[in-house]
Design a protein around this ligand. Structure first.
Ligand SMILES: Cc1ncc(COP(=O)(O)O)c(C=O)c1O
Length: 472
């Protein structure tokens, strides 16, 4: 196939060439004397040389080749982010934005942390990657799992590694079923999720999660999954009365994140733990957002004082510098799996235990600990939470809810979340609209107080603007 043949629908190459890979080169900004923030930095690669002029792909009008996740496939208007520093990111036109969502709920230590960059580069020079199937291992993976086992909210945990939260959820669901099979209860296959919860996009996670829009068009979904209300223990009790002896596990986010930032009502998670114990079901906490300091503790389980059987994590484990996820595997699951010496766990990903990702996690966790960012999460909550609650008190918002580093601004009825998001962008703040009435905030834990205040002020102005438009 010639490169010209893969120009995409309606695309064409000027002078189509055989070689599909244009040469690229890092550019070094030379505007040092001008005090440009880009001075001395290596900028993103660009096409160079004669070939660049000759082979430049001419994109047709319409969407670009990059098919974006959770976006309209027909969209063609995107904001190109080129650089990050602390709690801010910059677009290709040099505009600065406060990253009030820690990218996508993950950049807990902030952008541009050279400690992580150095740890990754050092590891890559020694061994970028080697698999950990069967008898192979590597030092960063061993060190990370040892550290995570010590930090785990349950005693005696082991750690299974993945590259994403969805893979972690999939792993937890499979391990829960498998543990019951190995313990002599193959009839325990039902996995219970909560309405409004989010557990990723793989078939297990998308089947058990509780946001119906995410399931539309993807059926048939995974058999043996069901949902209960996110806040109603009576519904769990009824479900267990009907089919408790067939339930493998219940999945719960300590604080629901992508479903609208919903903290648990007091006693809910402890009650869920108790009901699972009585029914013989495993409790899986999905801590993909809540873990690694977001709630002011290493785990949501710590904050709410419960011991889960399995914990899924991702995002904040590396602050997103390299993709990584995993599952903390407690005794109730590991013991039946370990009981027979010859039994083989036939589950794992090519990159389970990726040494470079693990090196990034070790450096990231070091920063969380050394800079007391768990404590800082509480201060973020104090400042941001107080600001948002003030807006709710003044009638600017319908409600403010959240814990430590994660908050929802619930908008008044006449105001659309997408409109407010645009107002925030215009004021240099990236926050995330959820549904029609929520703007989520989940800033890097290093965001300074003045910037947190700016988020609140920008929200107030954006809501006022949207309201004024709604009145016209
Ligand atoms: C609670 C929860 N679980 C699972 C996932 C899926 O993680 P990933 O997008 O890394 O697959 C997410 C992602 O936002 C999440 O918030």
């Amino acid at each position: 196939m010639r490169f010209g043949d893969i120009g995409g629908p309606g695309g064409r190459l000027i002078h189509g060439a055989q070689d599909p890979l244009p040469r690229v080169e890092g550019r070094r900004d030379t505007a040092g004397a001008s005090g440009s923030p880009m001075a001395g930095r290596v900028r993103p690669p660009v096409l160079t040389g004669r070939r660049a002029a000759a082979d430049r792909y001419v994109r047709p009008m319409g969407p670009p080749p990059f098919l974006h996740p959770f976006a309209p496939p027909a969209a063609s208007d995107f904001t190109t982010i080129v650089r990050g520093e602390g709690a801010a990111v910059f677009d290709a036109d040099g505009r600065r934005y406060l990253d009030a969502m820690a990218s996508l709920w993950y950049c807990n230590v902030g952008h541009g942390r050279s400690e992580i960059v150095e740890a990754v580069a050092t590891q890559m020079r020694a061994l970028a990657s080697f698999h950990a199937f069967d008898r192979f291992t590597n030092e960063p993976a061993d060190a990370l799992c040892e550290l995570l086992a010590r930090l785990a909210p349950m005693p005696g945990a082991r750690v299974f590694l993945t590259s994403s939260g969805s893979e972690a959820v999939e792993t937890a669901m499979k391990l829960a079923r498998l543990a019951h099979v190995r313990a002599g209860h193959p009839e325990r296959t039902i996995v219970v999720g909560r309405r409004r919860s989010y557990h990723g996009v793989s078939y297990g996670g998308v089947s058990v999660q509780g946001l119906p829009l995410n399931q539309e068009g993807f059926g048939p979904l995974l058999e043996g999954t069901t949902q209960v209300d996110h806040d109603d223990l009576a519904e769990v009790t009824e479900l267990f009365e009907r089919e408790g002896d067939r339930v493998a596990a219940v999945l719960a986010e300590p604080v629901i994140g992508a479903g609208g930032v919903i903290p648990p009502t007091p006693g809910y998670l402890k009650g869920l733990r108790q009901l699972c114990d009585e029914a013989g079901a495993l409790l899986v906490l999905d801590e993909v957002i809540c873990g690694f300091g977001r709630l002011g503790s290493w785990w949501g389980a710590d904050r709410y004082g419960i011991r889960p059987d399995l914990v899924t994590f991702a995002k904040g484990v590396t602050s997103g510098y390299v993709p990584l996820g995993g599952v903390l595997v407690g005794r109730a699951v590991r013991e039946p799996l370990e009981a027979e010496a010859g039994f083989i766990l036939r589950h794992g990903h090519t990159y389970s235990g990726h040494p470079t990702a693990c090196a990034a996690a070790l450096a990231n966790i070091g920063i969380l600990r050394d800079e007391q960012l768990l404590e800082r999460a509480e201060q973020v909550g104090g400042r941001l939470g107080l600001g948002l609650s003030g807006l709710a008190g003044d009638g600017v918002l319908a409600e403010a809810r959240g814990v430590a580093g994660i908050w929802a601004a619930v908008l008044p009825e006449e105001v659309a979340a997408t409109e407010v998001r645009q107002g925030l962008l215009d004021r240099g703040v990236i926050a995330r609209p959820i549904g029609t009435d929520v703007i989520a905030f989940c800033p890097p834990l290093v965001m300074p107080d003045a910037d947190l205040d700016h988020c609140v002020e920008a929200l107030e102005a954006s809501v006022a603007e949207a309201r004024a438009r709604a009145r016209v």
